[in-house]
Design a protein around this ligand. Sequence first.
Ligand SMILES: NC(=O)c1ccc[n+]([C@@H]2O[C@H](COP(=O)([O-])OP(=O)(O)OC[C@H]3O[C@@H](n4cnc5c(N)ncnc54)[C@H](O)[C@@H]3O)[C@@H](O)[C@H]2O)c1
Ligand SMILES: [Mg+2]
Length: 312
Amino acid sequence: MKDLTMSLYCGITRRRKSFWCCRLLSTYVTKTRYLSELKEDDDACKKAQQTGAFYLFHNLAPLLQKSEHQYLAPQHSLLASLQKPEMETELKGSFIGLRKALFQLNVKDASLLSTAQALLRWHDAHQFCSRSGQPTKKNVAGSKRVCPSNKIIYYPQMTPVVITLVSDGTRCLLARQSSFPKGMYSALAGFCDIGESLEEAVRREVAEEVGLEVERLQYSASQHWPFPNGALMIACHATVKPGQTEIQVNLRELEAAAWFSHDEVATALRKDNPSYQQQNGAFPFWLPPKLAIAHQLIKEWVEKPTCSILPA
Ligand SMILES: NC(=O)c1ccc[n+]([C@@H]2O[C@H](COP(=O)([O-])OP(=O)(O)OC[C@H]3O[C@@H](n4cnc5c(N)ncnc54)[C@H](O)[C@@H]3O)[C@@H](O)[C@H]2O)c1
Ligand SMILES: [Mg+2]
């Protein structure tokens, strides 16, 4: 049971929320303060776990149930000690890689499982203090690890990534990496360098990947992304100067990049993800699924291609 116990992720949030709803006491502030208390108070957290709901993971894969074209993420109360195969049989599910299942989960489960997996992965990779080399100790909530010998506290981290939809006023620029599913194009993405502002990261990534200079940019939204190690995706719209639109693809980073018309993109947005090969051997053009922030950015542009954008 040890490996499974280590991988339980507690969903106390949900159980507690419904409890408060029943009593009409629920406010965002009350819930937030309660969760903050659980992070610091091991005894309060242990008590909450007795009535909490858990997602179950094995080797970072969540236990899911397949239902037609969807995956369901069942929650459990504290479980008896069982090995993986018995656990799957008992709970009528299987441990499935999150990458495979993410886009077939509902929004709430996808978000909680992504958070859970990122946190479990961080704990797995931070077993030892980088200063003393001693094993670190997790608190009950899993919100930090402490080195017992020098008291250094380690908090879970995520990496900022910018994702930018570049437009020239009438068309938008989409690109693909060779690792993307065949035919899928997306907005430009890249890790922020240390010391950079969001605006600087957007300008650098666009210049590095497609050889264009951003003239104006506008923040759109952000999203936690669990792969590869927990990223905060920060999504922006950007424009380049009219007449300065010649793409120079950086082939070390991208397989292809091109300008797409409003009609082409609007049509692709209406389609499901067709990863089938056409008779001529090509794969049809398609866009990231609804849950991905890239999809939201592209949808925003299709709905309002000339939205006001600030100078970069
Ligand atoms: N394009 C999309 O639609 C999309 C959507 C969702 C998520 N993402 C994510 O955005 C992330 C960044 O995109 P990218 O791969 O184009 O980044 P990128 O353009 O910065 O290129 C990746 C390269 O940058 C280097 N690098 C610099 N800092 C790094 C760091 N902190 N971690 C890892 N590598 C680092 C590595 O050499 C790596 O090979 C990817 O991990 C991807 O999962 C992209
Ligand atoms: Mg990139």
